[in-house]
Design a protein around this ligand. Structure first.
Ligand code: PEP
Ligand code: MG
Length: 894
């Protein structure tokens, strides 16, 4: 059996690793009996071999010959036959869709002889020469690496010479001449004639498509989408079917539901008398599928049937590329379609109602990242908005920024921190950098399946396409619309949910989904402007409720204040996983801590501590009130000392100035001496966390007492406070023992003073490798572990969490050391391994140990799955991420 070449009758949709997405799905459609041209796929294995060695594997040539023979036999036509030539397209197709990023060559097999055969077979001389013209142009550009502008300039010149403006107005003679001109361009730039041997064309095209895996733009796209660089692309060799054989032919893209909004029904774009690339390029504005139904009811009915069959088979929204050749439908691609965040939620619940999928499956089909997108504010409806134009809503969101007209400017201005909206007639793959840099994309041409729409949707970028009234002038860097002139730098606001384009700033308001989360289902439904929004809100409610039912992980919040805690609780938090008490010591209270630290004697220190106690107690009372009945983890002071002291440089300058002016600086001098004494070269690894508590007498005691007194006060008020005390930066069990002894003493004292019984759990943060590696010992003294994955990442990698991301991580992602920042998504192999070790050891030593995580990773979708698998009890994250974490914890459980 062939190794590198699979024909479409062999594979199926689950073989995307080997056959790429396009190849696997073409095979699946072939198995389903849909009309797919009988082609074959060269596997990603061949591409990987090509990347390794720089050459295609030796066996490939023979395998291609065999597959080609079979194709010829099936179709009864021969490649290179002068009378009735078989032509093929050579198309890239990786495991993950990379729209427009790699190459495709169409009409391979045409030459000076077969072009006449094609003319005879099709009965259309013009079509034959146009196809040949396209081949030389595409082949020249992608295979022979000739500047595409040379061909398009020659095409423009031919049109000008004949006084026409559109390609379709060039007749057969003009196109024949153009083929001659194009061939001359090839000869001049390569030193050789355009290859006439169809097989040589095919082999070169295959190599070019394999090579296009590694173009600059493909690599950039993969980095953005986190697609590994070593997957490689498959290559599909497909017999040509022609959408450009006159008015009964055409080509289109269809969706089984609306990928922008999730509405049921068939959606798509169709271009009569055109080839597939023309639709995606967004060059001509397209027709709708209803128009196709009018023009060709038979082909339309076949298409509808195929769409229904595919959706039922894949049990999901499918997108489809098709061609109609003289009334006969051909399916050229399908896949489970990309969709916007609102569409994802609506479609998932629609499919449940249609009994195609279960609620568990529906939950797996939406993501926390999509839910976050639904929380973005939207433009408020108001009378002072200046509506400039309307286009198609291609990818939702409310984007406001300075108008820019090219990708390079977008990148430059964005790099300086400016929000920009990229405005283009249409986009092409070279605009990718600008699209990534911009907050929104606006195009004047193209439909919902144009390059701009597909790419923007894929990366969650706000996008409006086909705003035809927008008339761009690249020379003056401005556009005209409806009597207004908008210049580069002017502020634009685009609404990707409605397709509206506004001039200037437009105020924003909470989205319907954030209203739902904050105020409840009824309030959100009452406030929703239309049925679509109501359906969306209900879908989110259903899936989030289901996530809450199935998830094993609890979701807590990192909240430092009563207000944060209240918000977190509204959003579904089941406790506070981390209250960073240092936040309560900054601002005007900083001086009090400074006095504790710098006190010259016990009395002075005690006075400062006494001043802090009531303030701190009130903080905790508020927090415990909001979290009544739920675990509330209060962490003892953590940051390095210097954060509470005046800045060394400022203070030195102050003292020097005072000296110069002959002023008395005695107290500042004392302070400066103390600050110098305590100055640390590497404070994050210095006197912080538990070390601070053990070295500065009374500091932790004050905090523990404040917690105890707050608990007593809440109990007296009839509440159910569940405070827990957490010790940061523990590396040795002995540190914990010392703090725990102190805590016990204070609890006993407060119990005796107030006549109550206090026994608050004391636990630790696991945020140093040593703590993870000695977790069995630490667990003997700890009621709970909370993984501080921020510091654990910092100390495991030796990456300074405050410095590295801006400094060199970009380079580290470029050269493949990192695929994503380990401060964003848990490094499962390293940091994650330490978590696993600590979980195993901790649970073995103490089976009732509670395990949670409170580093930033607690709110990161991918990391949440890891923590679920690692067997933690809860994740804790910032309040606004709580709904996302609930959803992701549910998804991890199904
Ligand atoms: C951590 O280190 O992960 C943590 C939660 O503590 P902080 O971020 O406050 O250092
Ligand atoms: Mg920490």
């Amino acid at each position: 059996m062939a190794t590198y070449v699979w024909d479409f009758t062999q594979g199926d949709k689950d073989q995307k690793d080997l056959l790429g997405g396009k190849g696997a799905n073409l095979a699946e459609m072939t198995r389903l009996g849909l009309p797919v041209p009988p082609g074959f796929t060269i596997t990603t294995e061949a591409c990987r071999a090509f990347m390794r060695t720089g050459a295609v594997p030796r066996e490939l040539a023979v395998e291609v010959t065999t597959a080609l023979r079979k194709m010829e036999d099936t179709l009864g036509r021969r490649f290179g036959d002068p009378d009735d030539p078989l032509l093929v397209s050579v198309r890239s197709g990786a495991k993950f869709s990379m729209p427009g990023m790699m190459e495709t060559v169409l009409d391979v097999g045409l030459n000076d002889t077969t072009v006449h055969g094609l003319a005879r077979f099709s009965g259309d001389e013009r079509f034959a020469w146009d196809s040949y013209r396209r081949l030389v142009q595409m082949f020249g550009r992608t295979v022979l690496d000739i500047d595409g502008a040379l061909f398009s300039d020659a095409l423009d010149a031919a049109k000008a010479a004949r006084g026409v403006t559109s390609d379709v107005d060039l007749d057969a003679d003009a196109l024949r001449e153009l083929v001659g001109t194009f061939q001359e361009i090839v000869r001049t730039h390569t030193g050789s004639p355009f290859p006439q041997d169809p097989r040589e064309q095919l082999d070169l095209a295959i190599v070019a498509v394999l090579g296009s895996w590694n173009t600059e733009r493909a690599r950039l796209y993969r980095r953005k989408e986190r697609i590994p660089d070593d997957l490689g692309t498959a290559v599909n060799v497909v017999p040509m079917v022609f959408g450009n054989l006159g008015p009964t032919s055409g080509t289109g893209v269809a969706f089984t539901r609306d990928p922008a909004t999730g509405k049921t029904g068939n959606y798509g774009d169709y271009l009569a008398n055109a080839q597939g690339e023309d639709v995606v390029a967004g060059i001509r504005n397209t027709l709708s599928l209803e128009d196709l139904a009018q023009r060709d009811p038979g082909a339309y009915a076949d298409l509808r049937r195929a769409m229904r069959q595919l959706e039922t088979h894949y049990r999901d929204l499918c997108d489809i590329e098709f061609t109609i050749e003289r009334g006969k439908l051909w399916m050229l691609q399908t896949r489970v379609g990309k969709r916007t965040a609102p569409a994802a939620f609506r479609i998932a619940t629609q499919l449940v109602d249609e009994h195609l999928i279960t609620l568990d499956e529906a939950l797996a089909r939406v993501s926390g990242a999509q839910l976050s997108q639904l929380l973005f504010p939207q433009f408020a409806v108001s009378d002072d908005r200046t509506l400039l134009a309307r286009g198609m809503a291609a990818s939702p969101g409310a984007a406001v920024g300075a108008a820019v007209f090219d990708s390079a400017t977008a990148q430059q201005r964005a790099a300086l921190g400016e929000d920009v909206v990229l405005v283009r007639r249409e986009t092409n793959p070279d605009d990718l950098g600008g699209m990534i840099a911009a907050v929104g994309v606006l195009t004047a041409r193209g439909g919902k399946t144009s390059h701009a729409a597909v790419v923007a949707r894929g990366m969650g970028r706000t996008c409006v396409v086909g705003a035809e009234a927008v008339d761009i002038d690249l020379v003056t860097r401005s556009f005209r619309v409806d009597g207004h002139v908008v210049r580069e730098g002017d502020t634009l606001a685009i609404d990707g949910g409605t397709g509206e384009v506004f001039l200037g700033q437009v105020p924003v308001e909470p989205s319907p989904v954030s209203r739902y989360l904050e105020e409840g289902l009824d309030a959100a439904l009452d406030h929703a402007p239309d049925d679509d929004t109501r359906e969306l809100v209900r879908s989110v409610d259903r899936l989030l409720t289901h996530a809450d039912t199935v998830r094993r992980l609890h979701v807590h919040a990192n909240a430092d204040t009563a207000a944060d805690a209240a918000r977190a609780r509204r959003l579904g938090a089941q406790g506070v996983g981390l209250c960073r008490t240092e936040h309560q010591f900054l601002g005007e209270r900083r001086v009090l801590v400074e006095r504790v630290v710098l006190a010259s004697g016990d009395d002075e220190r005690q006075a400062a501590l006494d001043a802090l106690l009531p303030l701190q107690r009130e903080d905790f009372v508020g927090l415990l009130r909001e979290m009544d009945g739920l675990p509330t983890t209060i962490r003892l002071l953590d940051p390095p000392l210097h954060e509470f002291l005046p800045d060394l440089t400022d203070l030195s300058v102050r003292v020097a100035l005072a000296h110069e002016r002959g002023e008395d600086a005695a107290s500042d001098e004392r302070l400066l001496a103390a600050v110098r004494r305590m100055h640390e070269a590497n404070p994050m690894l210095g006197l912080r966390g538990v070390r601070l508590g053990l070295v500065v007498p009374g500091l932790f005691a004050l905090q523990i007492r404040a917690v105890c007194e707050a608990v007593v006060e809440r109990r007296a008020a009839g509440g159910d406070p569940r405070a827990e005390i957490m010790v940061p930066l523990v590396g040795s069990v002995q540190e914990l023992r010392l703090v725990k002894d102190e805590a016990r003493t204070i609890m006993a004292a407060v119990s005796a003073e107030r006549g109550v019984d206090l026994d608050l759990p004391v636990g630790v943060m696991i945020e140093l490798p040593r703590a993870a590696l000695t977790a069995d010992r630490i667990a003997q003294e700890a009621a709970f572990f909370s993984f501080g994955t921020n510091d654990l990442t910092q100390t495991t990698w030796g990456f300074s969490r405050d410095d590295v991301e801006g400094a060199f991580f970009a380079q580290y992602t470029d050269n493949g050391v990192l695929t994503v920042s380990p401060f964003e998504t848990i490094d499962a192999l390293g940091v994650g391994r330490l978590v696993q070790i600590a979980v195993e050891q901790g649970r073995a030593a103490r089976p009732d140990l509670t395990l949670g995580v409170c580093g930033e990773h607690g709110g990161d979708p991918e990391s949440i799955r890891f923590f679920h698998d690692a067997g933690l009890d809860y994740v804790s994250c910032s309040p606004f991420r709580v709904p996302v974490a609930r959803l992701e914890a549910g998804r991890a459980a199904v």
